[in-house]
Ligand binder design. Structure first.
Ligand code: MEV
Length: 310
């Protein structure tokens, strides 16, 4: 019987289409090289630690519930395990930390239980979706796909039909800045749902516009037409502000990034706090990172990342 298993999941960057993706529109995201590493050991002294670059995280009721839902499809229970998760991305910042953690844990659980190869993918999908529902409410599944994959991809889930297309996009520097405290993804998604209920004559058209931006974004990304990509990111940010998921801090960070030479800047992820993403201009990421550095931690990524993960 396997006693210890270790596995990884990746973080993600959404470049176009967050929130609208919950309503069947396409979105574009990229898996990051960094994410989460989980180690699960069978143990008579159960424990659960979530470690970050800064400090250990409190394993709260939400994490325990998500963990229970995640382990159950593998016939495991946290009471019989020593679990350690190391996160290499900030938590609650729109970079997919919960999905990275869930995928790392599900893969480790599958190895520990020696799940047969023909069942592994379906079992991991089921487990991660159950866990993500705790953090995201009506999750589209885009974070889950990014945590399991690599590179850029287009993602659309429409009427239960799932379409995922890998995208070949030239390498470019992207700057991600964490400028505001975390917000709950489930609350942000539910706020947009309330707006849809309250304004049924307006919201469907607005959501369609997110889709139009994402489709144009896909073409311009694939062709490396960076100025157009940047303008579309700015338009996407404007729509995200219109549906109430921006904040003064996120707007200010986008303005600063553009003034420092970014070709475009927008919220990435659920918003309400967390991160913005800025597309580097000809001067590279340095001036943008310098302009955003006083607001919080800044990460600069060459994307797509190398495909291998330790
Ligand atoms: C969160 O990373 C992205 C959202 O669109 C929610 C989802 O798609 O599950 C806000």
């Amino acid at each position: 019987m396997t006693e210890t298993a270790t596995a990884q999941g990746r973080g993600k960057l959404i470049v176009f289409g967050e929130h609208a993706v919950v309503y069947g529109q396409p979105a574009i995201a990229c898996s990051l090289a960094r994410g989460a590493t989980a180690t699960i050991r069978r143990s008579h002294q159960p424990d659960w630690r979530v470690l970050t670059d800064e400090r250990p995280l409190q394993v709260n009721d939400q994490v325990l519930l998500a963990g229970a839902r995640l382990l159950e499809p593998f016939g495991l229970c946290a009471d019989e395990l020593d679990i350690e998760v190391r996160l290499q991305i900030p938590v609650g910042a729109g970079l997919g930390s919960s999905a990275a953690m869930a995928v790392a844990l599900a893969r480790a659980a599958a190895r520990l239980q020696e799940i047969s190869p023909d069942q592994i993918d379906a079992r991991i999908d089921q487990a991660v979706a159950a866990s993500e529902a705790v953090f995201h409410g009506a999750a589209s599944g885009i974070d889950q796909r990014a945590a399991m994959g690599s590179g850029f991809f287009a993602f659309q889930r429409d009427d239960g039909h799932l379409q995922i297309d890998p995208l070949t996009i030239p390498t470019r520097s992207w700057v991600i800045a964490r400028v505001a405290p975390s917000a709950s993804t489930a609350e942000m998604v539910s706020g947009v749902a309330t707006l849809c209920d309250r304004h049924p004559e307006v919201m469907p058209g607005l959501i369609d516009q997110f889709g139009a931006i994402t489709r144009a974004g896909m073409r311009t990304l694939e062709q490396g037409r960076w100025e157009d990509v940047g303008e579309l990111m700015d338009l996407n940010h404007g729509l995200l502000a219109a549906i109430g998921v921006s904040t003064p801090a996120l707007d200010e960070a986008c303005h600063r990034a553009r003034s420092a030479g970014a070709l475009g800047a927008k919220i990435t992820g659920a918003g309400g706090g967390g991160c913005i993403v800025a597309l580097s201009g000809d001067d590279g990421p340095g001036p943008i990172a310098a302009a955003l550095g006083s607001l919080g931690p800044v990460y600069s990524y060459e994307l797509p990342s190398p495909t291998s993960m330790p």
